[in-house]
Design a binder for this molecule. Structure first.
Ligand code: NAD
Ligand code: DAU
Length: 361
């Protein structure tokens, strides 16, 4: 049995990764370290028992991380834990520095110490899960490659860029066997309903306004979360230490087109149309400050070197995502209670459709 330490596994991508990997890799055991911030939900994984252990704790708690490493002796670390939402980073950047920069650095230090003490095992890997947002914004043409210069726009992407630099430094300075992946926008089950796709799905169901930032023409390159998880397993198992791999879904869409598609999918399922079409709920609101115009990934390196490519089409996976949210109303209610609701009230006066004016403190 091979033990993998996952950080942030109670969040969106981590939950999908753990659930998918435990099925796809019967010889893996997964230990999940998660602080359970507003975005973490241990209940996502409560039905898992065999080959799974949850530890409630913070990546900044080096003593805890060191004791977990000594006890579990993992062959791999997959580091998801982060503050992940751009709009929150505009309101409160310090949490992003604390977890994404300081937390990643402390985690690297603890893992490197343990790796040195145990004789630098050849088969140990540290996979840092990062974002295409570190590359900044594209114009209408071109793609992000692994050689694209870093040019982050938001406090979130700046903090992820800093964490990527730390990971690279740990490889170059100490020979620590780290790898980095930079991926595009994920969507799928278990995504916290503050990100574009789940937020729009829930607002459509509840007939609330659909707040589209700016002119709605910003482009994101959508990646189904299961495709992402398969890419991460591939990189962990077969990637070269010290290397970076871009992961993208090859599905560029303007935001407004995604919102239209969601309205149409839900209209079919909820029996709406004509005067009651969900498109009537669309409301163009003040743009996000520093809003990147376009992201698009060149994923040819991971394809050519490791043989990975996405399996799901955007249309197929978006429909499956809509159906998942329709079938999981209790999950939606549980994650929307408590912290999330309070944050919405403080920063949006209780109504998400009002616009972004109230965001900054
Ligand atoms: P998420 O916000 O849904 O989940 C983050 C998880 O990390 C939560 O379970 C939270 O409780 C945990 N966490 C936060 N701070 C922690 C700390 N200090 N110690 C331990 N746990 C902590 O995030 P996500 O969307 O699943 O993203 C996972 C990773 O992938 C992040 O590093 C993010 O930057 C990166 N990423 C996400 C996307 C995307 O589209 N969602 C795209 C590219 C990269
Ligand atoms: O590109 C990868 C990144 O994708 C990840 O690193 C981040 O963790 C993840 O949050 C995501 O960042 P984005 O800012 O692109 O995602 P978000 O869902 O917040 O927004 C997607 C697009 O939709 C973006 O152009 C802003 C716009 N938007 C978003 C929201 C929440 C709206 O128009 N209205 C909204 O209400």
């Amino acid at each position: 049995m091979k033990t993998i330490l996952v950080t942030g596994g109670a969040g969106f991508i981590g939950t999908n990764f753990i659930r998918h990997a435990l099925v796809a890799r019967p010889d893996w055991r997964i230990v999940n370290l998660d602080a359970l911030t507003y975005a973490g939900n241990a209940a996502n994984l409560e039905d898992l028992h065999a080959r799974y252990r949850f530890v409630h704790g913070n990546i900044n708690d080096s003593a805890l991380v060191e004791s977990m490493l000594a006890e579990e002796k993992p062959r791999g670390v997959v580091h998801f834990a982060a503050e992940s939402h751009v709009d929150r980073s505009i309101v409160g950047p310090l949490d992003f520095v604390e977890t994404n920069v300081a937390g990643t650095t402390r985690l690297l230090s603890a893992c490197r110490r343990w790796w040195e003490e145990t004789g630098r095992p050849d088969d140990f890997r540290f996979l840092h899960v990062s974002t295409d947002e570190v590359y900044g914004s594209l114009g209408p043409e071109g793609f992000f490659t692994e050689q694209t210069a870093y040019d982050p726009s938001s406090p979130y992407s700046a903090s992820k860029a800093a964490s990527d630099h730390m990971v690279r430094a740990w490889h170059r300075t100490y020979g620590f066997p780290a790898l980095i992946t930079n991926c595009s926008n994920n969507y799928g089950p278990f995504q916290f309903p503050e990100k574009l796709i789940p937020l729009m799905i829930l607002n459509i169901i509840e007939e609330k306004k659909l707040p589209v930032y700016g002119d709605g023409r910003n482009v994101r390159d959508w990646l189904y979360v299961i495709d992402h998880c398969e890419a991460l397993m591939t990189v962990l198992e077969r990637g070269t230490a010290g290397q970076t791999y871009n992961i993208g879904g090859g599905a560029e869409r303007q935001n407004i087109d995604v919102v239209h598609q969601l309205c149409d999918l839900l209209d079919q399922r909820l029996g709406r149309g004509g005067a009651t079409t969900s498109r009537r709920l669309i409301s163009f609101v003040t743009d996000r400050p520093g809003h990147d115009r376009r992201y698009a990934i060149d994923a040819s390196k991971i394809h050519k070197e490791l043989g990975w490519q996405p399996r799901f089409s955007f249309e197929q996976a978006l429909a499956a995502t809509v159906d998942w949210y329709l079938a999981h109303k209790p999950w939606i209610e549980s994650v929307r209670s408590g912290e999330y609701r309070r944050w919405i009230e403080v920063h949006y006066g209780g109504a998400r459709g009002k616009g972004t004016e109230g965001q900054r403190d």
